[in-house]
Every structure is written in structure tokens, then in C-alpha cells.
Design a protein around this ligand. Structure first.
Ligand SMILES: C[S@@+](CC[C@H](N)C(=O)[O-])C[C@H]1O[C@@H](n2cnc3c(N)ncnc32)[C@H](O)[C@@H]1O
Length: 224
């Protein structure tokens, strides 16, 4: 059992450490869990997006692939998922196999820092619960901007906002070596990466399945 200081049990830590890069059996389990636990956050976030039937969409850090599946229903054009985790690519592929067979979907293993796409390819690029782990947010956002079409949209959706003094959040940050950004930081960094028309939406996390963990919902829309 966890003592008061560690807050989470070792078993729980062994599982959630996979949020950074899901691996093996525990990674597989966590992807299943995230597909469900992030659903209401994703629905809320996506409600801020204006998606046209001919939009070409890329979801970075696609995890278990539910957002790829969602976007396939919202556009008639192609949807791509990208993740650097092998097990995430396997799961997203399995979930979206029918669309892949029809030539409407591609799931690719790769890193946000070096996107395997031509300049000006996508209308919308999304990242759900993933930017915390990107190695260099400003440069990685520049890479996202490179593969966006002119006027294209970068969309970020997070269920964590900085909460100083929150011991559980601090434990999570240390465990996952993650970076939790505020609205002001997103605004500053995305501007530095060359984006404009940056809009943030936020909400308390009361609709989240994991209320104890979630400090609030935040989504960001930025235009190339
Ligand atoms: C917390 S999970 C979120 C998965 C999914 N988007 C969701 O909302 O359920 C973070 C995902 O981002 C991926 N990821 C983290 N850093 C990445 C990077 N630098 N390049 C590509 N994928 C990355 C991880 O492998 C993982 O699948």
C-alpha cells in the first residue's frame, strides 16, 4: 500500500508511467483505459473545432486511436494518426483497420520532432493529452506548422493545467517528466513558433472520469 507521501501505489505508478510512451502489456492496458477516460474531454475539445468534409487531418500522439476514428466520421477526406510508441501504432491500426483498408486512413510510427510529411499537407493537426511529453514544444510546434497548409489549424487538448502546491500533480510531473503549460505559456510559445489567432478554452474537470487527477480542461486553437 502507498504511504501518505508517495500518494500513488507502485502498481499504479508502473501503469501510468506508460502515458509518456506506452510499452508492452501495461502500455496496452493504459491505452485501453485512456481511450475511455479521455472521451468526455475529447468530445468537449472537438466541439470547438470547425471541421469541413474535405479537411485532411493528422492526430499526433494518437495513442489508442479513438480520435482518428472520430475524425474519420467528421471528414470525407483522409485522416492520419502518428505516435512514436509501437504499441500505440498497433492499437490505432487495429481500431481503424476498415478505414485503412479503404485507403482513407494511415497510422504511422514517428516523432512529432521530425514529421514524415511534406510541407503544407494538413488542414488540421491535433494533439490530445500529448504535448506534455514533446521534447521541445516550440520547435516541435514549428514542425507542426511546417506540415500545416496556410490557414491550417493546430489544436491542443489537455486535462491538466498548472496547479502549484498540488502534491498529486507534482508527483505525476516527476514520474512522467512532463511539462504542464498554462494558457499564457501556450500563447507565448505558439506565437514564437509562428502561429497567430491563438484562442484558449478552459473548463473545470468535473466531467472527467478521473476527477482526483484532473486539474481542469484546456484546449487551444492556433492558426498558421
Ligand atoms: C497520454 S497519451 C494520449 C493518447 C491519446 N491522444 C489520448 O488522448 O488518449 C500520450 C501519447 O503521446 C505519444 N507521444 C508522446 N510524445 C510523443 C512524441 N514526441 N512524438 C510522437 N508521439 C508522442 C505517446 O506515445 C502516447 O501514445
Amino acid at each position: 500500500m502507498a504511504d501518505k507521501k508517495t500518494i500513488r501505489s507502485q502498481e499504479e505508478k508502473d501503469l501510468i508511467i506508460n502515458a509518456r510512451k506506452p510499452e508492452g502489456e501495461l502500455g496496452d492496458q493504459l491505452l485501453d483505459r485512456m481511450n475511455k477516460s479521455h472521451e468526455s474531454l475529447a468530445q468537449w475539445g472537438v466541439s470547438h473545432l470547425d471541421i469541413a468534409k474535405d479537411d485532411v487531418i493528422l492526430d499526433i500522439g494518437c495513442g489508442g486511436g479513438v480520435n482518428v476514428e472520430r475524425f474519420l466520421k467528421m471528414t470525407d477526406n483522409k485522416v492520419y494518426g502518428l505516435d512514436y510508441s509501437e504499441v500505440a501504432v498497433e492499437k490505432s491500426t487495429k481500431l481503424n483497420q476498415a478505414a485503412i483498408d479503404e485507403g482513407r486512413c494511415e497510422i504511422i510510427q514517428g516523432s512529432v520532432s521530425e514529421l514524415p510529411f511534406e510541407d503544407n499537407t494538413f488542414d488540421i493537426i491535433t494533439g490530445f493529452e500529448t504535448v506534455y511529453f514533446w521534447p521541445d514544444f516550440i520547435n516541435d510546434s514549428k514542425e507542426v506548422r511546417r506540415v500545416l497548409k496556410d490557414d491550417g489549424i493546430m489544436f491542443i487538448c489537455n486535462e491538466a493545467i498548472p496547479n502549484e502546491g498540488d502534491e498529486r500533480q507534482k508527483e505525476l510531473i516527476d514520474l512522467l517528466e512532463m511539462e504542464i503549460y498554462s494558457e499564457d505559456e501556450f500563447d507565448e510559445y505558439l506565437r514564437e513558433a509562428g502561429f497567430s489567432d491563438i484562442i484558449c478554452f478552459s473548463k473545470d474537470g468535473q466531467d472527467s472520469l478521473d476527477k482526483e487527477l484532473v486539474t481542469g480542461w484546456l484546449c487551444v486553437i492556433a492558426r498558421k
